[in-house]
Design a protein around this ligand. Structure first.
Ligand SMILES: NC(=O)c1ccc[n+]([C@@H]2O[C@H](COP(=O)([O-])OP(=O)(O)OC[C@H]3O[C@@H](n4cnc5c(N)ncnc54)[C@H](OP(=O)(O)O)[C@@H]3O)[C@@H](O)[C@H]2O)c1
Length: 250
């Protein structure tokens, strides 16, 4: 399976890229930090590729996907993981922050997909987009407005692609809380958050039942992505949901 994983330099995307590579996929790992990608590629397998890509730059999206398709000899599967989640109350969100969130979380997904569609179509392939329970299932989380609004737009984008390209399997993968893996594979999602605001909002998220306190093992998430990508072309998987399960104390 010739697979492109975008957002593979940290967190869940890195776990998916390495996990798919170790399960026999030929993977091209894309993100901005090339050194990180090269380390991930070494873990993913001897034929894994590291290709720089900034999804907020249209030229970079096209060049990176073209390079991946050329090196892999086509593309059977695409996984889109990049997202930013700026922490700010809506009254404090400036236009640049809104734009950055939409550029990364939505428009980047559209541009990468547009570049990959001819290859995915030729292969009757699949594309998976990481969405979030906070956009698809729960009420919005206070302080994460730009994130949940842009992820909701991503959900619609996946449907819009399916409406125009029914020959490709487009899946929205709705993900609950996970810390990712360890080391470089840890999630960096909250890295830039203001600790003071975070400490104010955390209890509200708990009170409203948005944050359960349980974290899902990222290995289970990788299994699901692998299963979705291996599903044959007769089946459509518009939406898949994976959330943490409360476990008995051990
Ligand atoms: N962690 C969770 O519990 C959770 C829950 C629900 C959904 N999700 C979703 O899972 C996905 C991954 O989240 P994560 O927690 O693993 O986050 P993360 O550790 O922050 O990873 C984000 C990835 O996106 C890449 N990225 C960011 N901006 C980019 C850009 N302009 N161009 C190219 N790549 C870019 C980053 O690489 P570079 O900085 O090197 O470019 C990095 O590889 C996101 O879509 C998130 O919404 C996560």
């Amino acid at each position: 399976m010739r697979t492109v994983v975008v957002g593979a330099s940290s967190g869940i995307g890195r776990c998916i890229g390495i996990g798919l590579g170790r399960r026999g996929a030929r993977v091209a790992l894309l993100a901005r930090r090339l050194e990180r990608l090269e380390r991930a590629a070494r873990e993913a397998g001897s034929d894994a590729l590291a290709i720089p890509c900034d999804v907020t730059d249209p030229g970079s999206c096209r060049t990176a996907i073209d390079a991946a398709a050329s090196e892999l000899g086509g593309i059977d599967a695409l996984v889109y993981a990049p997202a930013i989640g700026p922490l700010a109350r809506l009254v404090d969100l400036d236009a640049d922050t809104w734009r950055r969130a939409f550029d990364t979380n939505v428009i980047g997904a559209a541009l990468v997909t547009a570049a990959a569609v001819p290859h995915l179509s030729a292969a009757e392939g699949r594309a998976v987009y990481l969405s979030s329970v906070s956009a698809s299932l729960t009420p919005p989380w206070p302080g994460l407005g730009a994130y949940v609004v842009s992820k909701a737009a991503l959900d619609k984008l996946v449907d819009a692609w399916r409406a125009e390209h029914a020959d490709i399997g487009f899946t929205r993968l709705v993900v609950g809380d996970t810390g990712g893996g360890t080391g470089d594979s840890q999630t960096e999602f909250a890295a830039g958050w203001d600790p003071k605001l975070s400490a104010e909002l955390g209890p509200i998220w708990f009170q409203r039942g948005l944050l359960s306190g349980s974290l899902m093992d990222v290995a289970d998430l990788v299994e699901i992505v692998h299963a979705v990508l291996r599903t044959g072309p007769s089946a459509s998987l518009p939406s898949v949901v994976i959330t943490p399960r409360a476990r008995k104390a051990r």
